[in-house]
Design a binder for this molecule. Structure first.
Ligand SMILES: CC(C)=CCC/C(C)=C/CC/C(C)=C/C=C/C(C)=C/C=C/C=C(C)/C=C/C=C(C)/C=C/C=C(C)/C=C/CC(C)(C)O
Ligand SMILES: C[S@@+](CC[C@H](N)C(=O)[O-])C[C@H]1O[C@@H](n2cnc3c(N)ncnc32)[C@H](O)[C@@H]1O
Length: 391
């Protein structure tokens, strides 16, 4: 809803635009008008485009399942490694009836994930090629199985029931992200933290490359990555800026995973991890840069304000906060914010996608100054906002 919406209890007065828009809605809703518009040469292209747009909304879930099947079969990786294949060779490999393999391949060609190639083979298409060899995107696609279980009954979800219907075995996103449903996340056993930490590490390159391109780290001395997961970004940051000391703060079980990663990467001299609950425990002080990557949108406004205030207190005077996550209302990626993440976070049980304007308000309230949006190459993967603490 626009920020200007009246409170729910107040019946809104009529607005001058209502009559005009009601006329437009009646027109577009009229079968006679649509019939005329699709026959008339000057409006036919609009009618066709709108029909295709509406169809894509109806069929989007089916397209997603075609993609999921390709990813589960590691099809894009295979075509990248071994080149174009025939349907017969793939059907034999997958132990699937030839007709079914052909059906999947034709669907994937129609979605531009694949392309027909010479001698009756299929190869990567323009939308499948970026997925090939990308373990992070593959993991992202595969974990959506949990989200789809929540979405099996969207009205139950909207009415506040985040439980997955009993008919669907396997949990939903509230199970997948257990910290979102508890006020004692530090008490979560390590086995509940492993799956999401692995997904975050696998998909971290999607974010890290955007962040490091938008904001070089070498001007800083000490980085604290709050909610830094199992240390994937910390390692990348330490490699990108050889003079940087890096600390991760995350739940104790996740911080232990980060410590292991640093040792394995030979970075334990410059990288360390501290376990705790960022809503209860003080953050380590003295960093001149704090990063919050894919953390803030997980939480409601009250908690975000507490977290941002804790970050401000932990930073040295004049220190910087670099916040990166997908932002709502991002031009060119509007569906990603309120439609995708809006429902994702609802299913998870906590949090909301925020626009740059809303983040600015929260940052100002927490005492940050000089807030600026940094340009990222692919905002759909991550948008970045930089803020400072007063000197
Ligand atoms: C070569 C010739 C002939 C022409 C070239 C033409 C040309 C220039 C083509 C461009 C090719 C190109 C560079 C393509 C690039 C494609 C890219 C960058 C694709 C990127 C795709 C990214 C995707 C699909 C990202 C998806 C991210 C998702 C779904 C993230 C989900 C995140 C979640 C669920 C996070 C959860 C964390 C929580 C809990 C919310 O905090
Ligand atoms: C969505 S993940 C993002 C991880 C990492 N920043 C990334 O982008 O890959 C959110 C992280 O916040 C951590 N987290 C959530 N609630 C926390 C809390 N109360 N205290 C400390 N860490 C918390 C989670 O354990 C998780 O690692």
């Amino acid at each position: 809803m626009p920020a200007t919406s009246p409170p729910a209890a107040v019946a809104p007065a009529a607005h001058w635009s209502d009559g005009l828009l009601a006329w437009r809605d009646r027109l577009l809703g009229s079968a006679r008008f649509r019939h005329w518009a699709q026959a008339f040469p000057l409006t036919r292209w609009i009618a066709r485009r709108r029909a295709a747009e509406v169809f894509d909304l109806v069929a989007g879930f089916v397209y997603s399942q075609v993609l999921l099947a390709c990813v589960q079969l590691r099809l894009f990786d295979l075509l990248l490694a071994e080149g174009p294949q025939t349907a017969a060779a793939l059907a034999a490999r997958w132990q699937m009836p030839l007709a079914h393999a052909e059906r999947l391949l034709r669907a994937a060609v129609a979605l531009r994930l694949l392309q027909h190639r010479a001698y009756g083979r299929v190869g990567l298409g323009p939308l499948g090629a970026p997925l090939a060899g990308d373990a992070g995107l593959a993991a992202m696609v595969e974990h959506h199985a949990a989200f789809y279980r929540d979405l099996a009954d969207p009205l139950a979800l909207l009415r506040g029931d985040t439980g997955v219907p009993a008919a669907l075995p396997g949990g939903g996103l509230a199970d997948y992200w257990p910290y979102a449903g508890t006020d004692a996340p530090h008490a979560l056993p390590p086995e509940r933290l492993a799956a999401y930490s692995a997904l975050m590490a696998a998909s971290q390159p999607l974010v890290a490359e955007q962040v490091l391109q938008a904001y070089p780290l070498h001007r800083h001395r000490r980085l604290l990555d709050v909610g830094g997961g199992n240390g994937a970004f910390a390692c990348r940051a330490a490699q990108a800026a050889p003079g940087l000391q890096v600390q991760v703060f995350d739940l104790p079980g996740v911080a232990a995973l980060a410590q292991q990663r640093f040792a394995q990467a030979g970075l334990a001299g410059r990288c360390s991890a501290v376990g705790g609950d960022f809503f209860q425990d003080a953050l380590p002080v003295g960093a001149d840069l704090v990063t919050l990557l894919r953390v803030v949108h997980d939480h409601d406004d009250d908690r975000v304000l507490r977290l941002l205030s804790a970050v401000r207190r932990a930073l040295v005077p004049g220190g910087c906060l670099l916040l990166a996550e997908p932002l709502a209302d991002t031009p060119g990626a509007e569906r990603m914010g309120h439609a995708y993440f809006g429902f994702y976070l609802l299913a998870m049980g906590r949090g909301e996608p925020r626009s740059e304007a809303r983040l600015r308000e929260l940052l100002a309230e927490a005492g940050f100054i000089q807030v600026q949006r940094l340009a990222t190459a692919v905002p759909l993967q991550a948008s970045a906002v930089l803020a400072k603490t007063p000197e």
